[in-house]
Design a protein around this ligand. Structure first.
Ligand code: ATP
Ligand code: TZP
Ligand code: MG
Ligand code: MG
Length: 266
């Protein structure tokens, strides 16, 4: 616990190349957290923006040839400066185009953290896991082993989310039990999480895995508090209160409510 304060003190610039569904929600969520969002995908400027960012968040939610090239240029510019890059492989496995694009991106870019549901992570890593559109399918695999395997294969941090979240670098693994089911009723809840992870990585220095775990727990705690404050009102009120809580959750409430368990190595 401490990366949250660093994000708010340092106000890192987060360069997002994301989908058209969640762009506004992502920018507002990053602002609420205390980071500085920059949404830009022109080929002419993405390398310049990535090079000045604290972290880069790439998201294939509404991918097309233009955005794929933009992500590649931005990711490689970030790599050249040692700037963390997060990839959200929205819908990987749903179509051959999405799956092939993620394989291309992880080969062309040195990804710091991959954040998706278990099915997306599996498909990026070359394992098959049933996918329904951009939502997780009914995979029957062991998400923990899958995430570890993917992290080793892709040589990056893997964050596989769902009811419980897994954060692993392939050897050290954390299980995070924070969150609320109402997050599944807000489009972009996963996409914003990926950019929130990017904001924590931007201030983490060498301690990337711990920062990723804290980001995921922080996000879940904000959702729990938002759900409690809007009980019985539904996803609309929850979404607004969730943005409030991203700005209100402090180190003290995070310490009190955070549920992070380190899993013994297997
Ligand atoms: P999907 O498309 O499968 O919904 P996603 O990209 O939206 O995936 P999620 O896996 O839904 O991402 O994760 C986004 C956030 O929602 C995470 O903080 C996760 O912990 C939380 N979350 C998802 N499902 C639940 C649940 N059933 N209970 C509690 N929290 C959840
Ligand atoms: N369609 C294409 S991208 C997208 C939808 C609905 C948003 C997905 O957001 P998330 O965060 O995976 O729920
Ligand atoms: Mg979701
Ligand atoms: Mg998603």
């Amino acid at each position: 616990m401490q990366f949250l304060t660093k994000v708010r003190e340092q106000n890192p610039l987060i360069h997002n190349i994301t989908n058209i569904v969640v762009t506004n929600f992502t920018a507002n969520g990053l602002l609420a957290l205390g980071a500085s969002p920059f949404m830009a995908d022109s080929h002419e400027e993405v390398a310049d923006i990535a090079a000045m960012a604290g972290a880069v968040s790439l998201n294939i939610g509404t991918l097309n040839p233009h955005s794929i090239k933009a992500m590649t240029l931005a990711g490689q510019a970030a790599n050249a400066q040692g700037i963390p890059v997060v990839l959200d492989p929205v819908g990987a496995g749903a179509t051959p185009f999405r799956t092939a694009t993620t394989h291309q991106l992880v080969s062309d870019i040195n990804i710091t953290a991959l954040r998706g549901n278990a099915a997306e992570v599996a498909n990026v890593a070359g394992d098959h896991w049933e996918v329904k559109g951009v939502d997780a399918g009914q995979g029957s695999g062991d998400a923990l082993q899958l995430a570890r395997k993917a992290a080793r294969k892709l040589d990056c941090i893997v964050i596989a989310t769902g009811k419980e979240d897994i954060v692993t670098d392939g050897s050290t693994t954390f299980l995070i039990a924070n969150g609320h089911a109402l997050l599944t009723k807000v489009t972009g809840a996963g996409c914003l999480l990926s950019s929130v992870v990017a904001a924590f990585l931007a201030v983490a220095g060498e301690r990337q895995l711990e920062a990723a775990a804290e980001a995921v727990s922080f996000y879940g705690v904000a959702a729990e508090l938002a759900a409690a404050r809007t009980e019985g009102q539904g996803p609309g009120s929850f979404q607004i209160e969730f943005l409030n809580q991203l700005s209100l959750v402090d180190e003290e409430s995070l310490r009190r409510l955070s549920s992070i368990t380190r899993v013994p190595e297997s």
